[in-house]
Write a protein that binds this ligand. Structure first.
Ligand SMILES: O=C1O[C@H](COP(=O)(O)O)[C@@H](O)[C@H](O)[C@H]1O
Length: 371
């Protein structure tokens, strides 16, 4: 059964469905306990090189904030005696410190769109399209586009964006979801990597690139970065209602092999933080040790978030995050649930090879447990 468009709340879904028979739509969950599993329609993708092979599969995993079937007994996860999922779990941070901290899933519903591309190059083209669409929408709505980037393997994937004819760089503002507390000239600097791959090739005003201040103690660097974001008028960077968090237009995240996103590492107090926009990290398990990072609430306040994971090296963590639920906090990528409801995973065939998408047809919930 193909889902009717009226049941698909996300514009991206409707757009992708217009691609025709190149699209897979998976219904793998429901906001309440489903009486019976929803069926999935799955269509085989074109072979690399075939006509239209730039069109991704699209798997829609709605309501990922809900686990009607409960948390499986993985890594200490538990089901309450009522049969519903415990909303809050605690962790002591696996010997890192003695301060217990809490990880809380939002009770909002987020549809997860998993875009699976035939090759990394097609995925890069998909990233360009994603940015172009977000930029056009933001500039039309408020005259400014706020784009937040990650480090690691992501900057080099952004190179094709420099050739985009449609992004208005004069209205684009670039931020880093995390940054290493190193000089801009350091090989570890995300700002350096993004500048080399993209910013040096596009006409973006220097004042619209928000790089970390150099030479500050990490706590001050975080405070300074947060202060610069706070000073941006709400007309360009709207705030969420109530929580008054910045609502960035698009955040592009990577995911590390341990499931970290930004510099929010597993079972760490920064990952559990419920306040603060930009946090200092002083003993990162991945070098360099000093970093600043957006908090998870700020990531989840964004209008749209995409997690990019390409290549065989990502296959294990992609499978784990998408199909095996961990104790909250153990896989920070599982905490990414933008309240606006737009989360995309951008994968290629290599990174998705361990996924058992056909089994999503069996009514198992996301993340699905193979235990
Ligand atoms: O240290 C970091 O790692 C993650 C993941 O990087 P990857 O090289 O495994 O793709 C990255 O998203 C983050 O921004 C960065 O600081």
């Amino acid at each position: 059964m193909m889902l009717s468009s009226s049941r698909l709340s996300q514009p991206a879904v409707a757009t992708k469905r217009s691609v025709g028979n190149r699209v897979i739509v998976c219904k793998a969950g429901a906001p309440v306990v489903p009486s019976k599993p929803e069926p999935v329609q799955r269509i085989q993708p074109p072979a690399p090189g075939a006509k239209d092979d730039d069109k991704p599969y699209l798997n829609v995993i709605p309501n990922n904030g809900q686990w009607p079937n409960g948390i499986p007994p993985v890594m200490g996860g538990h089901l309450m005696s009522s049969g519903t999922v415990a909303p809050i779990s605690t962790s002591k941070g696996a010997g890192i410190d003695l301060v217990p901290h809490q990880f809380q899933y939002h009770d909002t519903e987020t549809d997860v769109n998993v875009l699976l591309y035939v090759t990394p190059e097609k995925a890069q083209a998909g990233i360009v399209k994603l940015v172009e669409e977000a930029a056009a929408e933001a500039v039309k709505a408020k005259g400014a586009f706020t784009l937040v980037l990650s480090g690691g393997s992501l900057p080099s994937l952004l190179a094709p964006l420099a050739a985009s004819k449609s992004v208005d760089w004069s209205k684009t503002h670039i931020f880093y979801v995390d940054e290493r507390n190193v000089p801009h000239s350091s090989a570890d600097s995300t700002h350096k990597a993004v500048t080399e791959a993209l910013l040096s090739k596009v006409p973006i005003p220097a004042a619209q690139v928000y790089a970390i201040a150099e030479g500050l103690p990490v706590a001050q660097a975080a405070t300074q970065y947060e202060g610069r974001i706070i000073s941006i008028p709400a007309a360009a960077l709207p705030r969420t209602e109530g929580a008054a968090l910045p609502k960035f237009d698009l955040i592009l995240l990577g995911v590390g092999p341990d499931g970290h996103v930004a510099s929010l590492f597993p079972n760490r107090p920064e990952t559990a933080a419920t306040s603060g926009w930009v946090l200092p990290v002083s003993n990162s398990p991945k070098p360099p040790p000093e970093r600043i990072t957006f908090s998870m609430p700020v990531i989840n306040a964004a209008k749209e978030v995409a997690i990019v994971a390409l290549g065989e090296g990502k296959k294990e963590i992609v499978q784990r995050v998408l199909e095996v639920q961990a104790l909250p906090g153990a896989l920070p990528a599982q905490l990414v649930r933008p309240k606006g409801g737009k989360l995309k995973w951008i994968l290629d065939v290599a990174s998705a090879q361990d996924l058992d998408i056909a089994a999503w047809n069996e009514g198992k919930q996301w993340p699905r447990s193979s235990f």
